[in-house]
Design a protein around this ligand. Structure first.
Ligand SMILES: Nc1nc2c(c(=O)[nH]1)N[C@H]1C(S)=C(S)[C@@H](COP(=O)(O)O)O[C@H]1N2
Ligand SMILES: [Mo]
Length: 221
């Protein structure tokens, strides 16, 4: 797993990152977990990769694709494909855990680390959440610290090949330490917010956070 390792120390620390570091955030479920504890409770392993979505499967060409980053940020971003691909690239390997109980190990993703995106857009001091907006109308919400997990990225490739349209290509979010409904396919926009705004499944009974290790599948109320 490569991270910001080849950047000079402190060159890209934003105020937000310093604040999160001071608060001891960025702790995900992945670190040094022994093999027999790798599968979260209530999950089973699959070798294949099921497709799950609203069924609309929008066909977005790279020419037409845009990524907008806006809201509570100092520097809004409006990228086309070549601007997005010119950003620093990360290569992360992570496990998928879907709330429908399948898990898939060792997925190799390539793209822009969410931390690098936050370096570029600079969330305002009071920013706490993001809402992901997708080309099929899907939305999902994350706290800024979950979005900024060290192995989270905005991915354009899987297993070394362009991400298939059925799995969210051209570009999807991957947040490995939460259930996979948080990993927005066909990503169109990232809205940074001071307040939380539950997304498509979160207003339909799914848990607001979705931690697989504590089985945050459905909301209590
Ligand atoms: N845009 C969009 N993203 C989405 C969804 C969706 O319906 N639309 N479904 C979510 C759900 S419920 C899951 S489990 C995963 C499935 O991703 P996969 O089809 O690549 O396995 O995508 C998530 N991201
Ligand atoms: Mo899902």
């Amino acid at each position: 797993m490569s991270d910001d390792a080849d950047l000079p120390p402190d060159s890209k620390l934003t105020r937000s990152k310093q604040r999160w570091a001071a608060e001891g955030k960025f702790i995900t479920g992945r670190h040094a977990r022994p093999d027999e504890q790798r599968l979260p409770p209530g999950q089973h392993l699959t070798q294949d990769w099921p497709v799950l979505d609203l069924g609309l499967s929008p066909q977005i060409s790279r020419e037409r694709w845009r990524l907008d980053v806006y809201g509570s940020v100092v520097q809004p971003l409006f990228w086309d494909w070549s601007q997005f691909m010119a950003q620093p690239q990360s290569d992360f390997v992570s496990d998928i855990h879907c709330v429908t109980t399948w898990s898939r190990y060792d997925n190799r993703w390539q793209g822009l680390a969410t931390r690098a995106l936050l370096d570029a857009c600079q969330p305002r001091e009071q920013a706490r959440y993001v809402v992901l907006h997708c080309y099929d109308g899907y939305t999902t919400n994350l706290s800024l610290e979950d979005f900024a997990a060290p192995d989270a990225l905005i991915a354009h490739a899987w297993s070394g090949a362009p991400l298939e349209p059925e799995h969210g290509g051209p570009v999807r979010l991957v947040v490995p330490h939460l259930y996979f409904w948080k990993s927005a396919k066909w990503l169109q926009a990232i809205e940074v917010r001071d307040d939380d705004q539950p997304g498509y499944w979160e207003v339909r009974g799914y848990h607001n956070r979705g931690d697989p290790w504590t089985e945050q599948r459905y909301s209590e109320d």
